[in-house]
Design a protein around this ligand. Structure first.
Ligand SMILES: Nc1ncnc2c1ncn2[C@@H]1O[C@H](COP(=O)(O)OP(=O)(O)OP(=O)(O)O)[C@@H](O)[C@H]1O
Ligand SMILES: [Mg+2]
Length: 248
């Protein structure tokens, strides 16, 4: 595939305020994530976690603040621009197309490429890379996505997002609804994406314990504000924080 900048990313959200109509979902939120790392974004229902990811990927327009990618402010740019800049967003809820095969779902991932990179050989290489990374998908490539288990579907949506070769991967509750064993497999995959592929992962999770177990850093949101930001071990050891905001 066409050579693209694949170096380590540096993401800095500064003083971000965003919302929906009269609802202010994020209030002066600052987070940073860079290089081969996992940053967990935690907090109760309605804390603003999804809105933060939507703002970073251009789906929600910030009212104020900055979204710096490698030092350049991207706030207010379109989702297409953000994708082109190297940010991939996997929304909550396993959005595979059940009536299509695994491979057809993966091919959809190539649609987001800028025109230059849509050569057949590039697509073939990207699919091969996805199958190498996700053996379970290789085995099922001709099967309808409808026949996949919840964990396999989650692997498929992540694999589809990776087809665009992002440097920043935003994951919204990838463990939601999965059995503990399957959830552990998804978490292992997330670790490999950061450690082995150098992707900067921002991981939104309700399951704070599981997320902090694999994350390098964590940010806790409450009612749209950052109430704690520290390395993952520090957050996991903070009994009061766990009790008040993290539910474990
Ligand atoms: N499309 C929308 N229109 C209006 N308000 C919204 C919309 N989406 C979210 N909100 C509100 O914005 C706030 C933050 O919601 P958000 O979805 O970002 O929270 P969350 O932390 O992802 O919650 P959850 O854990 O339930 O997914 C909430 O008060 C929510 O009701
Ligand atoms: Mg959410």
């Amino acid at each position: 595939m066409e050579a693209r900048a694949r170096g380590a990313a540096s993401l800095a959200v500064e003083d971000l305020t965003a919302g929906y109509g009269g609802v202010r979902a994020l209030n002066s939120v600052t987070i940073t994530a860079s290089g081969a790392s996992i940053t967990a974004v935690l907090g109760a229902n309605g804390a603003g976690k999804t809105t933060l990811l939507r703002a970073i990927s251009g789906m929600v327009r910030p009212r104020s603040g900055r979204i710096l990618l490698d030092g350049a402010d991207q706030a207010g740019r379109s989702p297409e621009d953000m994708a082109r800049a190297g940010i991939a967003h996997v929304p909550e809820g396993q959005g595979v197309i059940a009536e299509l095969t695994v491979e057809e779902n993966l091919r959809l991932g190539t649609m987001s490429w800028p025109g230059m990179a849509r050569r057949r050989s590039d697509r073939t290489a990207a699919l091969a890379e996805a199958y190498e990374r996700f053996g379970v998908l290789a085995d099922r490539r001709r099967k309808l996505a409808a026949t996949l288990s919840g964990g396999e579907r989650q692997m498929l949506v992540i694999a589809r997002a990776l087809i665009a070769r992002p440097r920043v991967l935003l994951l919204d509750e990838p463990s939601l609804g999965l059995a503990p064993k399957i959830m552990a497999q998804v978490m292992d995959m997330v670790v490999r994406l950061s450690r082995e592929s150098g992707i900067t992962v921002v991981l939104v999770e309700q399951n704070a314990r599981a997320a902090l177990a694999i994350a390098d850093h964590g940010v806790v949101l409450n009612l749209g504000r950052v109430v704690a930001a520290a390395d993952a071990n520090t957050l996991a050891a903070d009994v009061a924080l766990r009790h008040h905001y993290l539910g474990f």
